[in-house]
Design a protein around this ligand. Structure first.
Ligand code: GAL
Length: 372
């Protein structure tokens, strides 16, 4: 395991430091109208489509003009779109980056024009020009996924195991991937050390386990390869798959099905996820392969980001609750982090439907948003 938690997390911010956060926005706020460019990464996942709309609405409700565009998982396209927003005179950029290291140049241009830059959910790296970060406790997401696996396997029971599991990590150009993965690895470490959990492929690092652009199809391909190489002798059983995002989870599930395993049976591995995508929630409800997801209430995240814009327009400093966790290669970016929630068959309705994040109809009628 090459990434230490310490290197990733750098300790957490103290209250005094938090109180000192923010930049001097007072003087320029008088002239601000709140004109905001919202640059979202993709439309192949429910959450980003939903959040683009929510952000736009929240800002429009405050009386601000907005531009909303989707980069369709193409980093060059996203850069062009952001450039267009700067040319049209936005004062704020809210960016869910596709390639977190590719935005330095365009953001330098934005800064020259005094644009405030909010890194949305994914931390933008290698540039001094990010002002704020709005996200969730990304390390905790991985912890929740791994805990679900341990719980489902009964890994703490005396004499439990050995269990075989395989690991997937997210897109290597998204800084969130390492936090999710590290949270998972750290939680499993004690069990891999004792031998209760084994990883037959021995692929335990980010690079070999990564899934470019979070693509379910790529995950499906890798899962198929792993099954053929390590599980086709008919003797070794796969007990669980640590999957960091619902789209990846479904790619894994489809590969397991093609391999002859039937969702809902004892033999089917535990598969985790993230984002509470409607179709994955349907799978969880119906016992169709996925048994967990991590819910990040993206309405709250959008409210944090649009709230940052509103504070600055109003001449105040945005609310921040973390100053010491997210280092982007240039600085610790002042952040506001929200808490993720683990979802399984017992609490999906209460957490997702009662809170009006999803309707029962959306879960019933959900369709696969990705191409496989
Ligand atoms: C990550 C995000 C996850 C998931 C994934 C794929 O950056 O934190 O919640 O959405 O991208 O889109």
């Amino acid at each position: 395991m090459h990434l230490s938690r310490r290197r990733l997390l750098y300790g957490s911010a103290g209250v005094a430091a938090v109180a000192a956060a923010g930049c001097s926005t007072g003087e320029k706020s008088a002239a601000l109208t709140g004109f905001t460019g919202i640059s979202m990464p993709t439309q192949t996942s429910d959450r980003w489509v939903f959040e683009g709309g929510v952000l736009e609405q929240q800002l429009k409700d405050a009386g601000y003009e907005t531009i909303l565009e989707y980069g369709d998982d193409d980093p060059e396209k996203q850069i062009k779109q952001i450039r267009g927003m700067i040319d049209r005179g936005v004062e704020f950029l809210i960016i869910g980056a596709i390639d977190n290291r590719s935005l330095g140049e365009v953001l330098a241009t934005a800064k020259d024009q005094d644009v405030t830059i909010i890194s949305y959910d994914r931390l933008i790296l290698d540039t001094p020009d990010v002002d704020y970060y709005a996200s969730f406790d990304n390390y905790e997401v991985g912890v929740l996924q791994a805990k679900h696996i341990l719980d489902q396997l009964g890994a703490d029971e005396p004499g439990a195991g050995p269990f075989n599991i395989e690991l997937f990590s997210g897109s290597p150009d998204d800084s969130n991937s390492q936090y999710f993965f590290q949270g998972g690895l750290d939680t499993l470490e004690r069990y891999t050390y004792s031998g209760t959990i084994q990883i037959p492929s021995e692929q335990t690092e980010q690079e070999p386990t990564s899934t470019l652009r979070w693509s379910g199809a790529i995950a499906m391909e890798r899962m198929t390869e792993l099954l053929e190489e390590y599980y086709s002798d008919g003797e070794r059983r796969l007990h669980a798959v640590l999957a960091p995002y619902d789209g990846i989870s479904r790619g894994v599930i489809y590969a397991l099905e093609d391999f002859g395993l039937e969702p809902g049976t004892e033999e089917f591995p535990v598969v985790t996820g993230q984002d509470a995508e409607a179709i994955s929630v349907q799978f969880i409800r119906d016992g169709q392969g996925q048994s967990q997801t991590v819910f990040k209430d993206t309405r709250d995240l959008a409210a944090v980001a649009s709230g940052m814009v509103k504070s600055i327009v109003g001449g105040d400093k945005p609310q921040i609750n973390d100053l010491g966790t997210y280092y982007n290669g240039f600085k610790f970016v002042p952040a506001y982090l929200l808490e993720p929630v683990s979802i399984d068959k017992d609490n999906w309705e209460e957490e997702l439907v009662d809170s009006e994040y999803l309707t029962i109809e959306q879960v019933d009628e959900a369709e696969e948003p990705q191409e496989f």
